[in-house]
Design a protein around this ligand. Structure first.
Ligand code: HEC
Length: 181
């Protein structure tokens, strides 16, 4: 009985023991690179096989469900956010917009960005944010100065699109990963 009590006390403490900031960052890094790999792998294949317009349609139909799949596999809640969003569901909240503004100001002043940031929503929930910087010319195909057929297809799918006019090195948005502490 004594042992049982001791055992349940220990396991309760283990279950309740919060994740350290380092552990949150490690998990965030792992989940975000999984997401980037999943999305960019699909994007690359679609661009090669079906061209930019085909890839655009693929993204608009599948980007969210691919993101949802990675969230399920990693027991997190996962989003990509922007203040210049293409898909209205990816719009940053006021607090998230403030963080993005801080990061884009750093870039404007030629300062390095932090690799990630943590915000505690409650003692039991943390959100890990990772900046998404345009570091690949391929991104500009759909987020740079888009013209012609592709511009029309974007306008048709996203009448309120704000996600064009980007250059290499610009802050496109961020990945947000909510997880239990
Ligand atoms: C073939 C066109 C295409 C290419 C190439 C492309 N995107 Fe997108 N992007 C989209 C579409 C369509 C959406 C909206 C659908 C979604 O992802 O929710 C989007 C959404 C996003 C979002 C979510 C915020 C928002 O605006 O809705 C981010 C962040 C993003 N793209 C970053 C990138 C980066 C970084 C690259 C280069 C690695 C890239 N994209 C390449 C079409 C593209």
């Amino acid at each position: 009985m004594k042992y049982l009590a001791l055992f349940s006390l220990t396991s309760a403490l283990l279950l309740a023991s919060p994740m350290s900031d380092d552990q949150i960052v490690a998990k965030g890094d792992q989940v975000s690179s999984m997401l980037v790999q999943r999305l960019s792998g699909e994007l690359k294949a679609q661009m090669q096989n079906n061209g930019a317009v085909g890839a655009l349609h693929f993204c608009s139909q599948n980007a969210l469900s691919l993101t949802e799949q990675v969230a399920k596999e990693t027991h997190t809640s996962l989003k990509r956010l922007s203040t210049n969003e293409r898909n209205p569901v990816n719009k940053a909240t006021a607090d998230e917009a403030a963080l993005l503004k801080k990061w884009s100001d750093l870039l404007k002043n030629n300062q390095p960005l932090p690799p990630s940031a943590i915000v505690n929503l409650s003692p039991s929930t943390a959100v890990y944010y990772k900046p998404i910087v345009i570091n690949n010319e391929a991104c500009l195909k759909c987020h740079g100065n888009v013209e012609g057929e592709l511009a029309k297809a974007i306008k048709a799918a996203y009448p309120e699109d704000k996600a064009t006019g980007y250059k290499m090195g610009d802050l496109r948005g961020m990945i947000a990963i909510e997880m239990a502490r």
